[in-house]
Design a binder for this molecule. Sequence first.
Ligand code: T4K
Length: 370
Amino acid sequence: MSEKKQILVTQPFLPPLDEFNEYLRQIWESKWLTNNGKFHQELEKALCEYLGIKYISLFSNGTLALITAIQTLKITGEVITTPYSFVATSHALWWNNIKPVFVDIEPETFNIDLNKIEAAITPKTTAIMPVHVYGNPCRVEKIKEIADTYGLKVIYDAAHAFGVKINNNSVLNFGDLSVMSFHATKVYNTFEGGAIVCHDEATKKRIDFLKNFGFANETTVVAPGINAKMNEVQASMGLLQLKYIDENIEKRKKIAELYRKNLKDIKGISFMHDLSGVKHCYPYFPIFVNEEYSRTRDELYEELKKNNIYGRRYFYPLISHFSPYRSMDSAKPENLPVAEKVSNQVICLPMYPELEIEDITNITLIIKNI
Ligand code: T4K
């Protein structure tokens, strides 16, 4: 590793420029740039096939997809969610005038703790919005059971779960809706981008109205929709990325295996293992630094930085610590002990398909020898 080379937590995969230029040429020729263009339509089809899902609506980014998913189901009042996520999860509720109610997480998967959901339900609760954190699938059957019992909707934030399967079935087939992110930092990127996955044609139609100002046809507006459409440049990038996605996930898997091998005997450092029956996509490689380690989490984080290794503390601080949320009852640290602890222990190490073996070796040597 050369002295100056910076290793960031992630680096987007970009396909060969020649291949992308061919798409750009076609866009230039057709002069069709957005609004359900040819590549947009092709990508929806291709993603349904690749992911093993029935309906998908593409968005300009994941946050607008989350906001629109909530609008689609006409969610109101309070929604139960997790504080251990990227802030967009709760912000999407806020933008819909909905109060997020935070529930603690499980220490094994870092997903919302199912045993604590029921205690958080009030007469105002209309939905649960769990996150498949780091691509670890939530216990979807149990969440469905709770939702059905209390008459709640379920919207999964599946921003980290591209291609994740449980017993060969896409994790996106669970819940009323699932929301994806195709941001530059994700396993699959369209520069910026996102999607809502649903299970019937009528819902897809409604989502498509909502992301296009509410237009049902040239002269009819059926709802106060927004502009959240994916454009043709993003969609063509998506088509190209699909060509390389299996290879890229395989490379990520190899990197995760190497990290695990190198880190396995370090006191005070733990990490995630593959879950049985799950096909993972390896979006992040979080490690958790506990008191048995020779330094604190932040000392290790700084030491890595001194060595030009820029991990990130996803997710620290918790969403419940941010100013829009911290005065809420459910945001109190004593209500969220596991999330508080995990958030203070985590560092996501660099993880991307082109990360070199030599770099992984160096990163793990620093962690070992500090
Ligand atoms: N729900 C969940 C659970 C999410 O994780 C996210 C997004 C969303 C919803 C919302 O989806 P989007 O609306 O974003 O589609 C990054 C991403 O911006 C964000 O998409 C992601 N989660 C979050 C976990 O990470 P930051 O503030 O950490 O990004 P930034 O700019 O610091 O970049 C992180 C690293 O990636 C840097 O070290 C540099 C590198 N990078 C970044 C970009 C943008 C590149 O190498 N190239 C790039 O183009 O939020």
